[in-house]
Each structure stands twice: as structure tokens, then as C-alpha cells.
Design a protein around this ligand. Structure first.
Ligand code: FMN
Length: 227
């Protein structure tokens, strides 16, 4: 089968995935809900987390068989790491196209959205006429692999306000069992799916000083495409 599969917490990757699904006429599937195990043509869209591939995406990649894979990583204009190369090296060799797309950063309120979608047309064309490519290795900060999840956990707190009416939608949406009635536990990876899901905006984020300073660094608006 052909499909566009996405993993998305704050909607950026989902918006890009929807674009590809519409352009290609492929069904759109949420990785966290239900996906097939075999694909002829698959476009996979997911966010970079701490310059790495999110664990849930790694598990998905381990369990599928795919003939022609297109990999699209969204990133919050800080650093995209080397995740696409990592996919080809460690999980799936049959890659026909790839892209790093700068988007709104999950942790920055007034950040702007993503690129002009027309820039993604070469990828659509390559999916339609696939041939394999070798992805280059990019620079990745050597510190990125040092306790990435712990860094997010220390850098950011999710706080419940009095708006919370205990509906527990946050717990329903969380794939990790990391929140109950608005209170997070140690399993939380700070992906902010719960914050996004709350209909009463009862969950707020509080950034620690080191993360605040890091997010003030110069941003990269570079879209990188491999076809
Ligand atoms: C836990 C976490 C870690 C992140 N790490 C990075 C990063 O290393 N570099 C970067 O540029 N953006 C980073 N971001 C920002 C996201 O990659 C970016 O906002 C992405 O488009 C969010 O996609 P989504 O809305 O589909 O979840 C991170 C976001 C989260 C939640």
C-alpha cells in the first residue's frame, strides 16, 4: 500500500504530512493510532527531538517493511541533528527522498510556522518517480546524545492551572502514560501533546533559564531537500 504516516504532537508535522497526502492522493495515518506494516511507497513525517529520532518513530521503523521510503523531519529552527542519515544507516536503506523542514518550535509561543509548501514539490515528484539515494551525514552536536530526554525534563515544567476540570483528555492523548488529571510523571518527554490537547488551556509550560537562553540562539530557516 501507499501512505503518508506522521508522528506529531503540536501539529507541525501533521500539517506537512497533510500536504504530501493531498498532493500524492495517499491516505494519511497517525503513527500513534494505527499503521500498516508493509508499504510500497511511504512518506514518513516526524519532528526532531533533541537532535534525535523520537523513540516512537524508531519503533515504527523497526517494524515495517518498505520498498520506497521518503523521510521528512520537521525541526524548530535550532538544529536538525543528523536524523535522516541515522534512519538510512540504522533502520531503512530504501530511501528515495528526504527533507529537513524548519517549523514553529514547540517551546516558542510566537514562533512563525513553516516554509512555503511549494518548495516541497520536488519531493512530491520524486515520490511519483522513485529511485534510491544516499543521504549525506550532517553535523550533529556531540552533546546531543547525552541524556536527551533528561535535558528536556529538566529544562521545562508542565503546570496545571485552576482551569483544569479533571476531564483527563490529556491522559487519553498521551502515548506514554505520562500524565494523569493534569499532573505529569517521570515518563513525560515534554512533547506537549497534552498542552495542545487541553480544551480549557489549563496546562502551561514553564521554561528553565538554560533552555530559555538556548532558545534565544540564532535560528536556522534552512529547508534542506534530498531527491
Ligand atoms: C522534546 C522536544 C525536543 C525538540 N528538539 C529539537 C531540536 O533538537 N532541534 C530543533 O530544531 N527543534 C526541536 N524541537 C522542536 C520540534 O522539532 C519542532 O517544533 C517540530 O516541528 C514539532 O513538530 P510537531 O508539532 O509535529 O510535534 C523539539 C521539540 C520537542 C517537543
Amino acid at each position: 500500500m501507499n501512505a503518508v504516516v506522521f508522528y506529531s504532537n503540536t501539529g507541525q508535522s501533521k500539517a506537512i504530512a497533510t500536504y504530501f497526502a493531498n498532493q500524492l492522493g495517499y491516505p494519511l495515518a497517525d503513527m500513534e493510532i494505527k499503521c500498516a506494516e508493509y508499504y510500497q511507497n511511504l512518506v514518513l513525517v516526524f519532528p526532531v527531538h533533541c537532535q534525535n529520532i523520537p523513540d516512537i518513530v524508531k519503533s515504527f521503523l523497526k517494524n515495517i517493511s518498505v520498498e520506497n521510503l521518503t523521510v521528512v523531519a520537521t525541526y524548530g529552527k535550532m538544529c536538525c541533528g543528523n536524523v535522516l542519515y541515522g534512519i538510512q544507516k540504522n533502520y531503512q536503506k530504501n530511501i528515495v527522498a528526504g527533507a529537513y523542514i524548519p517549523t514553529k518550535h514547540s517551546y516558542i509561543d510566537n514562533d512563525d510556522a513553516f516554509c512555503d509548501l511549494d518548495e516541497l514539490k520536488p519531493i512530491v515528484e520524486k515520490v511519483k518517480e522513485p529511485s534510491y539515494i544516499q543521504l549525506p551525514r550532517l553535523y550533529k552536536n556531540p552533546l546531543a546524545d547525552i541524556f536527551p530526554k533528561l535535558r528536556s525534563r529538566i529544562g521545562l515544567a508542565i503546570q496545571k492551572s485552576e482551569n483544569c476540570n479533571g476531564c483527563n483528555l490529556c491522559a487519553e492523548r498521551c502515548s506514554f502514560g505520562a500524565i494523569k488529571s493534569g499532573t505529569t510523571n517521570r515518563k513525560c518527554i515534554r512533547c506537549l501533546k497534552c498542552v495542545e490537547a487541553c480544551p480549557r488551556q489549563a496546562l502551561k509550560i514553564k521554561l528553565g533559564m538554560p533552555l530559555k537562553l538556548y532558545l534565544r540562539k540564532k535560528k536556522s530557516n534552512k529547508i534542506i531537500i534530498y531527491v
